[in-house]
Design a protein around this ligand. Structure first.
Ligand code: CA
Length: 228
């Protein structure tokens, strides 16, 4: 499976170290370890949260509830308390699953994968660049979730640019990969496609021309509504 960022919230240092090392070794996950509820709520967004129920400054269920209020991140509660009452409380606060300590890392890894499958409706072939969404499997593009009708070549150009947003793609490479030709003498085709692509995307994305080099796709983010 794909390596991801896991926020591990656990005040038992020995347990946390062993778990982080095992998850890194097994799947290459990047582990961000914090030991308190306050640090968990201040941590940068992660792909998944492993959350100990008994924390020094607050109950894990409270952290879970607050995380759930602001995102759909997958949350697995880690608990030493096996009583049904505690498990139910963990699931009620919005956790996706729970593990009762002690547990084996293979089982945890399996649960992590299951939670991610459930928590991530977005298929692997979808790229998001600011307001722009590109579905590589369906050959569809969206701005603010509204479909944009693109010709096949336009889509292919956009797909290439979106592979690495903010990084320039050379004209020669676009010509070779989209038109299977060298750019000499035929580059007008690319200019024409770029013009229509830009007009179809409107202000939902910015394709910058880098003179003598090529193009790069810059994300345009939706305006964050300011509070009145
Ligand atoms: Ca604890």
């Amino acid at each position: 499976m794909v390596a991801m960022r896991i926020l591990l919230v656990e005040d038992d240092h020995r347990f946390a170290r062993a778990l982080a090392a095992a998850l890194q070794r097994r799947a290459g996950h990047e582990i961000d370890h914090v030991t308190t509820a306050a640090a968990a709520l201040a941590a940068p967004a992660a792909d998944l949260v492993l959350l100990d129920l008994g924390l020094p400054d607050a109950d894990g269920t409270e952290v879970c509830r607050q995380l759930r209020e602001r995102s759909d991140v997958g949350i697995i509660m880690l608990t030493a308390r096996g009583e049904e009452r505690e498990r139910v409380a963990g699931l009620r606060c919005g956790a996706d699953d729970y593990m009762v300590k002690p547990f084996g890392v293979p089982e945890l890894q399996a649960r992590i994968e299951a939670v991610l499958r459930r928590a991530r409706p977005r298929p692997a072939g979808v790229r998001v660049v600011g307001r722009l969404k590109i579905d590589l499997d369906q050959y569809r593009a969206y701005v603010d979730d509204r479909p944009v009708t693109l010709a096949k070549k336009e889509f292919q150009v956009l797909a290439m640019l979106s592979a690495q947003p903010e990084v320039a793609v050379r004209r020669e490479r676009l010509m070779q990969e989209v038109w299977h030709t060298s750019w000499r003498g035929t580059s007008r085709t690319l200019d024409v496609h770029m013009t229509t692509l830009r007009s179809k995307l409107g202000d939902g994305a910015h394709i910058e021309t880098i003179r003598g080099v090529g193009y790069r796709l810059l994300p345009v983010h939706a305006d964050v509504p300011t509070e009145a």
